[in-house]
Design a protein around this ligand. Structure first.
Ligand SMILES: CC(=O)SCCNC(=O)CCNC(=O)[C@H](O)C(C)(C)COP(=O)(O)OP(=O)(O)OC[C@H]1O[C@@H](n2cnc3c(N)ncnc32)[C@H](O)[C@@H]1OP(=O)(O)O
Length: 209
């Protein structure tokens, strides 16, 4: 089997986990691209300082990238930059995640160890399904959304684009959390949450700005 080396954008804590996921699925990570001030290495991968390295590495023949940046909007922006340059967005999926054969998973997606994606669920491009999170049947997780560790989504839940669910969030069946929203850690979502709001608590209520 030929191994196409992968470039990782990001050099922080999330990048550490993603590099280890990529390695666990047999991929070789050659470089991590960090901020202009970054140097050293990220779990053994040399860090290159600054986004300009992306174009340089493309001209040297690299074609595969993984965007390992926790910010949902920045991840989406960097993915646009990379695909404009001709990169392919690979996935970083733990061999210890359980994904239904009827689920569909986009590109540039991270699925950490212990995550479960059940029947007929859809995970859009650039989403993060973090450690131990369960996504039950018929859910739709939007582009560049992030479900932090230990979230539990019941059946037929919709999570909008770039929405973030904090660690340990629970969502009951048939609920919609619209795009660009934030749900605080440990919240229990029992009714729809609108676009661009922060919701907190048990049950989760929108916070007034
Ligand atoms: C592998 C990884 O690490 S993945 C990353 C996982 N990260 C997370 O899960 C982070 C989740 N973040 C949170 O829950 C944050 O508290 C947020 C985003 C909801 C709010 O953050 P901030 O806007 O900074 O809120 P701040 O800390 O100022 O708190 C404002 C008020 O909300 C309350 N509050 C904050 N978070 C929560 C919460 N999760 N549940 C209930 N109340 C909360 C605070 O107690 C405070 O109440 P007060 O005004 O009565 O004192």
């Amino acid at each position: 089997m030929t191994r196409t080396p992968v470039i990782v954008m990001g050099a922080g804590g999330h990048a550490k986990v993603c590099i280890e996921l990529l390695r666990a699925s047999g991929k070789q990570v050659d470089f991590a691209i960090g901020a202009d001030v970054d140097s050293g290495e990220c779990v053994g991968v040399p860090i290159l300082a600054g986004d300009a390295n992306l174009a340089r590495l493309r001209s040297e023949g690299y074609t595969s990238v993984f965007i390992a940046v926790g910010s949902n909007s920045l991840r989406e922006k960097l993915a646009g930059l990379a695909t404009e340059q001709g990169y392919i967005l690979v996935n970083a999926i733990s061999p210890n995640a359980t994904i239904s054969p009827t689920a569909s998973v986009g590109s540039g997606v991270a699925i950490m160890a212990g995550a479960v994606i059940n029947a007929d669920s859809t995970i859009a491009d650039l989403a993060i399904i973090n450690t131990g999170t369960t996504v039950d049947h018929d859910c739709r997780i939007g582009r560049a959304a992030h479900l932090a560790p230990q979230c539990a989504l019941a059946g037929n839940v919709l999570i909008g684009e770039r929405t973030f669910l904090g660690i340990g969030t629970k969502v009951i069946p048939n609920v919609i959390v619209e795009s660009d929203s934030i749900v605080g850690a440990g919240s229990v979502v029992i009714s729809n949450i609108g676009r661009g709001v922060t919701a907190l608590g048990v049950p989760a209520r929108s916070r007034l700005k």
